[in-house]
Design a protein around this ligand. Structure first.
Ligand SMILES: Cc1cc2nc3c(=O)[nH]c(=O)nc-3n(C[C@H](O)[C@H](O)[C@H](O)COP(=O)(O)OP(=O)(O)OC[C@H]3O[C@@H](n4cnc5c(N)ncnc54)[C@H](O)[C@@H]3O)c2cc1C
Ligand code: FES
Length: 264
């Protein structure tokens, strides 16, 4: 983990309340892996005090990109940052996705819901570089919740979309799209990030069909690197449930390991 107290913003784009920032930070970019995240100091003032966790969306040379949706005060302040300003960041943090030793020729479905699409762009590039056949399944409430779609298309990705209101792509949840795509041809690997109910449903689909799935969990975080225990969740590693730190042991876990709220 490194701290860059002055990662300069060289690009800021936005689509309604979704924002993309490019941060010049060569040392962090050099170590970055898909599924890892940054802890970003939002303000020099005391409020908001805690850094906010945001996934690595892409690496572009000596820069990294983040893609986020305004969710509250911290992300609203982050959305006001301008090109030329600098951010104090820690990273890369967490263990990220396990890409295995050989994905050449394997098929991978990357399932993203809403802002959960953020880490999957970096992952898609990395998997395709290693010879995997990647399909992106991207879901949102409506078309305006799919702003990353064009970027995937420009990158040459194979992408299918679903919207809850039917305004674009398949009508309904992205889990319905996943089941339809699996019906055509089941993938070797599944990678998932999105709201909890969507990830839980996706985990069930994967488990029912014996498809190994990696799921990127979210949690409110204090430190981001294992010091505060502010992010723990109960994860079952074959021992009936142990508290694990999402920041340090995750944020990516195997679907088989996760105990969802309400599970015994
Ligand atoms: C490892 C990790 C990676 C993330 N990557 C991204 C990303 O790439 N893009 C993106 O848009 N968001 C991402 N998030 C979520 C993002 O961190 C939260 O939206 C943000 O911290 C909210 O801060 P805020 O001050 O704007 O909102 P707050 O005012 O603090 O909270 C607004 C609402 O969001 C809830 N909330 C706050 N923090 C989290 C959290 N960590 N997880 C779930 N709900 C939360 C609060 O309970 C509240 O209901 C990630 C979270 C984690 C843990
Ligand atoms: S956020 Fe502090 S231990 Fe995970």
């Amino acid at each position: 983990m490194r701290q860059d107290p002055a990662a300069r913003i060289t690009l800021h784009r936005n689509w309604d309340d979704y924002h993309l920032l490019r941060l010049e930070t060569p040392d962090i970019a050099a170590e970055a892996k898909p599924g890892q995240f940054l802890m970003i100091r939002i303000s020099d003032a005391l409020d908001p005090l805690l850094r906010r966790p945001i996934s690595l969306h892409a690496r572009e040379g000596g820069a990294v990109e983040i893609f986020f949706q305004v969710a509250g005060r911290g992300t609203a302040l982050l959305a006001q940052k301008k090109e030329g300003e600098a951010l104090d960041i820690l990273g890369p943090l967490g263990r990220g996705f396990d890409l295995g030793t050989d994905v050449q020729g394997k098929t991978a479905f990357l399932v993203g819901g809403g802002r959960g699409i953020a880490p999957l762009f970096f992952l898609s590039r990395e998997l395709r570089t290693r010879g995997a056949k990647v399909k992106i399944l991207y879901g949102g409430k409506s078309l305006r919740d799919l702003p990353a779609r064009q970027r995937f298309l420009r990158d040459g990705a194979d992408i299918a979309c679903a919207t809850d209101d039917g305004s674009f792509g398949r009508a309904g949840f992205v889990t319905g799209l996943l089941e339809a795509e699996i019906g055509n041809a089941a993938p070797d690997l599944l990678f998932v990030c999105g709201p909890d109910p969507m990830m839980r449903a996706t985990a069930r689909i994967a488990q029912a069909r014996g498809i190994p799935a990696q799921i990127s969990l979210e949690s409110v975080m204090g430190c981001g690197f294992g010091a505060c225990w502010g992010c723990v969740k109960r994860i079952a590693r074959g021992d009936g449930g142990r508290w694990r730190k999402i920041c340090e042991d995750g944020p990516v876990f195997l679907a088989d390991e996760i105990l969802w709220d309400g599970d015994a």
